[in-house]
Write a protein that binds this ligand. Structure first.
Ligand SMILES: Nc1ncnc2c1ncn2[C@@H]1O[C@H](COP(=O)(O)OP(=O)(O)OP(=O)(O)O)[C@@H](O)[C@H]1O
Ligand SMILES: [Mg+2]
Length: 448
């Protein structure tokens, strides 16, 4: 390490400080300051030889060598806007045991079976363990190379020698650079190793997938910079004890975000689900209060999901509020709106919400169906199975329009759900779309 002074950079907000703090004075997050040595440069601030000349955008040549690499899964290719692209660095994260290594080994073998050299680097499992999984998944191929290694320099050497066409690193938190003193998984190590791997991926035009572990709060472990650094961020999620897995594109520099692909976990590995809507609705109870159909979408592919609410008398001084698949704060807001704008008395009721199928829904279009599912359980009146609902709710109980209206309506019709309750300003003239101005009006229509 070059001699010089140190500065401390917050890996969350990027602010710099002359000394270390346990809590970043700027963004107030804990343990995010990382030491960085300032190397002594020559006199003067700039070295004129390192000058670069910017070009007008119209004079930049298109890179015709950018190619899409198919993953062997049609839905995954579609979600990735056509497959992995040359030099693309993708971060895949998800709960422990959700199936990240399974998915990547299948993708690796699909690519290897097309004659391309693939290297799968695992810092978590021994080669024999990966072999056994490969055998179970029918993912053995002479072009698929496995390396069980955690030292970044050994890994970079191996990549250099093998010249692969696709690289997998599972997981970034287990890889360390011997140049740094901190342990693998620390902020500075993750920053260094992911930075170096990204550099190599760009230099060699090598599509790369890096697995990132997540914290118990559900965000990607390590510095926020990891998500900024990579081109694409993918989450793999699902419900414990259920076989469905949903892959969601959170960020993509080479395509659309919000795209999803649904899989089924079997003993032979992940299988694509062609009609996720019918799968998610297959176990919906008939004529039961508290259940509602919501056409969910954050990208080009809508899915009909069932939202369940259970409202019951509370036997605690503070009523219980629990959610699965949506943010608990959203439930608090919706409950307050229902109390104030629709007159429901929920103060002494326990409320439980479940999004069936294990999808975590962040989009605001879930507000109205969530409110109506709660109302349905509260009144103990079922919502007919041929009705679907979507729309955002404002704090005054007013409905607000959302994106992808036509896609949602089309998906409902495909499954013979012909009545759709939607926000008032929805841009669609279908006669069967019932437009409502506020939550009260929606409740009056469904529970007269
Ligand atoms: N023989 C089997 N039959 C069916 N499913 C299996 C079998 N073996 C493993 N699985 C499934 O694979 C999952 C583990 O997958 P995998 O190891 O790919 O997850 P991961 O996300 O990489 O986990 P980690 O975070 O621990 O690395 C198990 O939770 C289980 O659902
Ligand atoms: Mg794994």
């Amino acid at each position: 390490m070059a001699k010089g002074k140190s500065k401390y950079i917050c890996s969350n907000c990027g602010a710099t400080f002359p000394r270390w703090y346990g809590k970043c004075p700027n963004c107030l997050s804990w343990n995010t300051l990382v030491e960085e040595k300032i190397t002594n440069s020559k006199k003067g601030n700039f070295n004129i030889e390192t000058e670069a000349i910017p070009k007008p955008i119209t004079e930049i040549e298109e890179n015709i060598n950018l190619k899409r690499l198919s993953t062997g899964f049609r839905n995954l290719d579609e979600a990735l806007s056509g497959g992995f692209i040359t030099g693309q660095v993708t971060l895949l994260s998800g709960e422990p045991g959700i199936g990240k290594s399974t998915l990547l080994l299948q993708v690796a073998s699909n690519i290897a079976k097309t004659g391309k050299k693939v290297i799968y680097i695992s810092g978590e499992e021994a080669t024999n363990q990966i072999y056994l999984r490969g055998k179970r998944l029918n993912a053995l191929s002479g072009n698929l190379y496995i390396l069980s290694e955690t030292n970044l320099e050994v890994i970079l050497n191996a990549i250099d020698k093998l010249t692969p066409e696709f690289l997998i690193v599972d997981s970034i938190q287990t890889i360390y650079s011997p140049r740094l003193e901190s342990i693998a998984g620390s902020v500075s190590q993750v920053r260094e190793t992911s930075g170096k791997l990204t550099e190599i991926a760009k230099q060699k035009s090598l599509p790369t997938v890096i697995v990132g572990q997540i914290t118990k709060e559900g965000s990607i472990a390590g510095p926020k910079i990891l998500e900024h650094l990579v081109d694409t961020v993918v989450y793999f999620e699902g419900e414990r004890g259920q076989a469905y897995r949903v892959l969601k594109i959170i960020k993509n520099r080479f395509g659309a975000t919000g795209e999803i692909a649904v899989f089924n976990m079997t003993s032979y590995g992940l299988k694509e689900v062609e009609e996720p809507s019918s799968l998610f609705l297959s176990e919906k109870p008939q004529n039961k209060a508290g259940s509602i159909i919501f056409p969910y979408t954050e990208g080009s592919k809508p899915i009909l999901v069932e939202i369940q609410a259970l409202v019951s008398k509370s036997f605690y001084s503070i009523p219980q509020r629990k959610t699965q698949g949506v943010d608990i704060n959203k439930l608090s807001i919706i409950t307050a709106i229902l109390e104030k704008e629709a007159g429901l008395k929920l103060g002494d009721k326990d409320i439980f919400i479940n999004i069936v199928g294990g999808i975590y829904i962040k989009e605001p279009a879930v507000d109205l169906p969530l409110a109506l599912a709660i109302a349905s359980s509260y009144f103990n009146k079922p919502i007919p199975s041929d009705i679907a609902v979507f729309g955002e709710l404002g704090l005054a109980g007013e409905t607000r329009s959302v994106y992808y209206t036509d896609l949602r309506i089309k998906e409902c019709k495909k499954f013979n759900i012909n009545k759709i309750i939607a926000p008032r300003f929805t841009d669609n003239n279908d006669k069967e779309v019932i437009k409502v101005s506020n939550i009260k009006e929606a409740i009056n229509i469904l529970f007269p």
